[in-house]
Design a protein around this ligand. Sequence first.
Ligand code: LLP
Length: 445
Amino acid sequence: MTTASGSGTVTAGAEDLSVWPASTRRLPHGGLTVGGVPLTEIARRFGTPSYVLDEEEVRARCRGYRSAFPDADVVYAAKALLCRAVIRWVDEEGLGLDVCSAGELELAVAGGFPPERIVMHGNAKSPRDLETALRLGAGRIVIDSPSEIARLAAAVGPHGRRRVMLRVTPGVLAGGHEKIRTGTDGQKFGLSLADGSAEEAVARILSRPELRLTGLHCHIGSQITDVEPYVTSLRRMVGLMARIRDTHGVTLPELDLGGGHGVPYRPGEPGLDLMALARALRGELAARCGAAQLAVPRLLVEPGRAITGPAGVVLYRVLAVKHTGGQVFVAVDGGMSDNPRPALYGARYAPRLTGRGSTAKPRTATVVGRHCEAGDVLAADVELPGDIRPGDLLAVPVAGAYHLSMASGYNLVGRPPLVAVSEGSARLLVRRETLADFRVRDVGV
Ligand code: LLP
């Protein structure tokens, strides 16, 4: 990312904090502050593990998107991280919201988000999802399967007319891991451009008076760091829009290119260059629409990770250090229940000792969690001070997206709290899950 991308400046010999929130500062004796708050203070006040979220970083990233895409709708993908505070920040910064369940939608609307700026996704929307979308007035519903057309039209009824988009699979291979690639045929999302099912679905939607097709949507995958797959998708989608105009005489006013914008998790890794993306999309859109004599549609983009990911840090307490089989295992008080990403996608992170200085020589260690699985690894083969010991505090950057939102109740460890930091103060946004929560849900005997 070129916009709002961490603290940026790295001088020779200095610690590289480029993947940390821009507000991150070093304290004497090895500490760090984020949003003006020492991480040790957060650990003391809120316990560990804890997720920390830098409000200004989230807001700056929203603003970065709006200035890179002044003519587009920027729609934050709620699946990355959703809570009432994030809903408010995103609303105040003028973004839309992408939701994919009745739960996300209800929380957003209850949190005051304008429903007309909400886009509802889902490859398998339940009756409750559709009913909630209609009842709460979600601005656009993205149809993702042929059967949804009739279901949705029936739910809207003869007197209504709802704005819908169609999710298309443009046949573009992109994405940081096989499990988060969604741009090609042979996976569960979208209707194929290649085999004609997208065009068939368009014809069916256009034949339903209850539905108003405002545009096409595609989301080719996640953690994508090149511009090129987006440009290819855009070209194919515009081609389809031109064919729809030729066949049906309908010019669709919107084109949603989804999200998937990649961010670095460790210093030196690439991120998607937002300005380069915006420039390339604008140029390609103008050129392709000009060539096809098609009115230029309004673009939508749906970043999730790139808005909240780099604004988050997760804090763990070291519980045990074990030397075995020639390896050093540093076991912390969280693990795959608060971050399943290493286990799911082989995601790599850069944990850092914080709260005390160390002059010990670094050595290679593997940070593991406390869950009852050997695969509960948070960061394999990372450099940590050689004297790392129980009681130490570890901080891991880029923990704002797909951490809390993917956290589980495994081993009844309980999901960590989410703490906002801003202008030198910390406040609780989502509290820690406790034994009482588990007890309340467990209603049988
Ligand atoms: N739009 C749609 C329709 C999506 O399905 C997604 C993400 C996004 C936008 C936002 O993508 P982002 O900009 O955040 O990459 N759990 C995985 C990521 C799964 C993404 C699912 N869809 C991970 O932790 O890497």
